[in-house]
Design a protein around this ligand. Structure first.
Ligand SMILES: Nc1ncnc2c1ncn2[C@@H]1O[C@H](COP(=O)(O)OP(=O)(O)O)[C@@H](O)[C@H]1O
Ligand SMILES: N[C@@H](CCOP(=O)(O)O)C(=O)O
Length: 320
């Protein structure tokens, strides 16, 4: 359940008075998500998402996300718009948090990706990267490769070993290996970096919405593809890889975006990095989320399993 901050009907009504979008019909907390507090807000005119930004989103980054989504919307990518009030303001203060009213996009997120849907996501990612070639603003990735060693340093060593004996030394080895092998000279572009199935809304097999851009930053575009591969081609627990789904994703991407030979060649390394990134953030969250928090913690080992798969012979074969 990701509602950290409650919003009363009275507060929502007061917010809506700033806008020209009708009056409040209903307001419901949304269970999905882990970062922010999200509500489905229905007015006499339309449905909206009300997002209150919690601690992990730096309010200073919100104008970047706003400009990025405006650029993508202009380029006809299926992303939600921030709604402006009568004075042209899109950023508000609600219940002590920065907050935005966001366009509601219809669609469902899938839990068992098919080849057709993976291909559609690959195409949508390729189109998005193409559209972002003309978005020149730079925002370094706070969770990029250079940050992983210090992130691991913030994970309590005893808790890590209790979580799985031998995990610390496996992570140390991978950090060293990635330091030695990480590519630096590939094309970078503004990237989503968290395009998991829960962040894609489908109408049938068509992508109707790409959401949750709050990890967006300037990154190697092939790393964004590798993250998406790791997110879509495995069972949720990481125990099995669906190679056909992974291939459909890559083919979809290559059919709409640009995938240079050197980017394809780097994908095995980038996929190992993507696996370590989510292993580390999930491990950090697992250790540091209070037991009584109303959030479902995600299993770090699901990404250790992906890491082992990508590190083995089978993993290399995925990207040929
Ligand atoms: N623009 C939108 N249109 C429709 N549903 C949305 C939209 N934005 C968010 N949601 C719903 O809210 C849920 C949580 O949103 P998300 O941005 O992923 O939260 P978090 O940043 O906390 O992870 C999504 O899984 C989706 O169901
Ligand atoms: N996708 C990440 C966690 C971030 O969650 P989101 O709901 O903001 O996409 C993971 O699976 O670890």
């Amino acid at each position: 359940m990701a509602v950290y901050t409650q919003v009363s009907a009275e507060k929502a009504q007061a917010l809506l008075r700033l806008y020209d979008v009708g009056s409040l019909v209903s307001l419901k907390g949304i269970a999905e998500g882990v970062e922010n507090s999200n509500f489905l807000l229905e007015t006499t005119q339309a449905r909206f998402i009300l997002t209150l930004y919690e601690n992990r989103v730096d309010p200073d980054d919100l104008p970047y996300f706003h400009r990025l989504l405006a650029h993508l919307h202009e380029a006809r990518c299926p992303v939600p718009r921030f709604i402006e009030d009568r004075k042209g303001q899109w950023l508000q203060d609600v219940a002590g948090r920065k907050a935005c009213l966001i366009e509601f996009l219809p669609g469902i997120s899938v839990s068992e990706p098919t080849e057709a849907r993976a291909a559609a996501v690959g195409m949508a990612l390729g189109q998005m990267h193409n559209a972002l070639k003309s978005f020149t603003e730079i925002k370094p990735n706070p969770l990029g490769q250079a940050s992983w060693r210090s992130l691991f340093g913030k994970c309590d060593a005893v808790a890590t070993e209790q979580f799985q004996p031998g995990l610390s030394s496996r992570i140390e080895r991978e950090l060293d290996w990635l330091d030695a092998n990480w590519p630096t000279d590939l094309p970078a572009v503004a990237s989503h970096t968290d395009l998991f199935p829960d962040n894609v809304l489908f109408n049938g097999d068509r992508v109707g919405g790409l959401i949750d851009f709050y990890f967006a930053c300037t990154e190697l575009r092939a790393y964004d593809l590798a993250v998406t591969h790791a997110a879509w081609s495995f069972s949720n627990d990481g125990g099995s890889c669906n190679t056909e789904v992974g291939k459909a994703l890559l083919d979809g991407y290559a059919s709409c975006g640009e995938l240079l030979a050197e980017e394809r060649h780097a994908l095995p390394v980038l996929a190992r990095g993507a696996s370590l990134r989510f292993l580390l953030t999930r491990l950090y969250d697992w250790i540091n989320t209070p037991a009584d928090a109303m959030v479902t913690r995600k299993d770090p080992l699901a990404f250790l399993k992906r890491l082992e798969y990508y590190s083995g012979v089978e993993g290399l074969g995925l990207f040929l």
